[in-house]
Each structure stands twice: as structure tokens, then as C-alpha cells.
Design a binder for this molecule. Sequence first.
Ligand code: PLP
Length: 400
Amino acid sequence: MTARAEAELMDATDALAHFRDRFTIADPERIYLDGNSLGRPGRATEAAIAAGVDTWRVRGVEAWADWIELPRRVGDRLAAVCLGARPGEVVACDSVTVNLYKLAHAALDHRDHGPVVVLASEFPTDRYVLEGVARARGRDFIRAPSLSEAFAQRDAALICLSLVDYRTGELRDLAVGSDTSALVIWDVSHAVGAVEIGLSRADLAVGCTYKYLGAGPGAPAFLYVRSELQEHLRTPIQGWFGQHDQFAMGSSYEPAEGTERFLAGTPAILGLLALDASLDLFEEAGMASVAQKSQALTEFAVRLSASWLAPLGFQLASPLRAEERGGHIALVHRDAWRIARALIERGAVIPDFRRPDILRLGMPAMYTRFVDVWDGLARLRTLVTTGEHLGVDDAPRRVT
Ligand SMILES: *Cc1c(COP(=O)(O)O)cnc(C)c1O
């Protein structure tokens, strides 16, 4: 048994606790454990969007003189604050899906034979995009059942995998790809803002900013290309924002220098301004402290679920060791869908459900308290103990 007082004590000694005050908690009774799907907005992030609208109103098209720099400037901040990459290696743009498409084609220009390999458990968009790119280029497409089998494909041209598995929360080692001759694209969507990342050890990466980074629904994603590779790679989407001298409006396309050649069309400025403001928080807190608190939160959740939830038929699907986890944990239960619905409708806890039987609990360090973890899991335990979840409507929904 763990008393709530223990959670209160951890909050009292948490050096990052005050960052929660930088967020407007609209419904304090509700426990939000889904920040790994859509992070909460910080107050400064909200203000940055409003200020962006003001600039638009007041300066109109003149504001582009400043806005035009944002994909690169915010990319550099992401690189420095969260990704462990060098200036000029990251641009913020488009969605993860589109960025993957661009990097996959660019990578295959450089590997003229060999299959495209994706983990079978990979996030759906990654599997779909890579399958489509492989088909378009006449390459075999292999769904590898495990990491070791992915890297066992000796002749692979391109391998795509996530740094943190979106379902189980397993954190992988960027070094696993170091002795393959394939180009590896790392998807860090579920890692950025939760764990420390040293991207300098990787060639190519993509990630999103609306999860732990809290830049808002549909905020721009980012892509990373190691400096040494940049001049050798070309985007398959030859848009004017990736053009060498954009406003010369020249007759044919010539790629810009550096990662900016991977920009395509007009960037989503309000999202970039929101992301810039969100990064202020991470810069102030320091990614090392954020990652450390994130581990402590998932560790607490794992400990509570072992004593409270395992006897109720829940099984931990996440790694047991905190250093091998991202910022969420996954619990398997055969009634996971009904339990997720009951938690939302009757427990005022927002978890996340992944088919067929996974309940995910996300704990962004910036605003999640240890008492939130304690209360959330206590409500979950009560709900399943009393069988209350058996009474909810379990009709399938479009968004889960
Ligand atoms: C959330 C997530 C995505 C999202 O892709 P979008 O194109 O931004 O919708 C992609 N990959 C992983 C691993 C994710 O967790």
C-alpha cells in the first residue's frame, strides 16, 4: 500500500512543480493523463497564438519579413533545447507524415537497391507512408516483427523506427542503428519532450510537437538531417519554400542550402509561434530535469499498478526499468475499451485507449503531479473493483 501522503511529499519536493502554474487547468477535478496524445496549452503558448493574430491584423503581409525565418529559427531551438542536434540540422514544418515521405524518398535516392524495413508495431502512418514509398520506387517492403529482425535485414536500404514505441512506451537506443549500412529514419514523436535525445548519433529523424511539447493540435512537426548529409539529399516535393532563392521566382527549382531545402509550401505560422513559446518552458526547466521527473512519474505509476491493478487483471506492457521507458505507461486488460470509457465518463480521468486492449497513461512532467498519478490510478482501481465499467456504452467510436 502506498499512502496519498507519499505522493504529496513527492510533489512538495519536486523542483519542477511550479511549472504547473504556467498552465490554465480548466477543470481541476479532471485528471488529464493523455498529454502524450495532445498536450495541454501553456498560458504563454495561448498568448503567443493571440499575439500572432494581432500581428497578422496589424502588420498584414509585412509580417512575413519576420515569419519567413520561423521554420529554421524554431528548428534551431528544438535542436538545442530538446533534440541534442546542431544548428541548421532541424526545421519545423508540415506533419510527421509528410516529413517521413520527404526523407524516405530522399534516402532511397542514395540506396539504389534493397528493401524498405519498418517495425510491424510501428505507428500506423509510418507503416503506411513507407509502404507507399517502397511501392512507388519498386522496392520490397518488409514488416519486421522485432528490432533485432529489422537490423538483421543486411541488405536493407532504409529502416524506419520510433525512439519511443507509441503503444508500450519502450525507449530504444539510438545506437542500435550504428553498424547498419541502411539509412535509418528515427521517429521521435513519442520521445520529444519526455526523454533526453542525442540526435547527433542519428542520420535522419522526424517528430511532432503537439504531444509532450504542447504546441497545439496540428502544430508543425519537424525533421532532422545530419549536417554532413544535407547537401546530398533532395526533397521529392520541390516547393518554393525549399528553393534556393525563393523570391527570385526563377524558372526552375534549385534546392536551398541546408535542411531548409526540405521545406515545401507556406508554413503554419500560428503553430510555429505556439511551438516557439512552448519551447521557452522546456528551455527554462532543462530537458534533463524534465526527463528525470518523467521517469519518476512513470516509476510511481508502475509501482502503484503492480500493487493495485495487477490483482484486477491488468498487465504492464511497458518496460519495467524506468530508463527504458518514455513518458507514458501501457496497461493491458481485456476490458480496456470499456474501462477507458468509464474512466472518462464516470471517473473524470482522461486516459487513452489503443486497440485491441491497451490503456495508455501519459504523464507529461511539465504539469502532471504525483497526486494526479495517485488519484488517477486510485479511481481506476475503484472503478474496476466495483465493476462500474461493465455498465458503460461500449459502442465503437471514430476517434479512440
Ligand atoms: C503522433 C505520432 C505521429 C503523428 O503523425 P502526424 O503526421 O503528425 O499526424 C507519427 N508517428 C508517431 C510515432 C507518433 O507518435
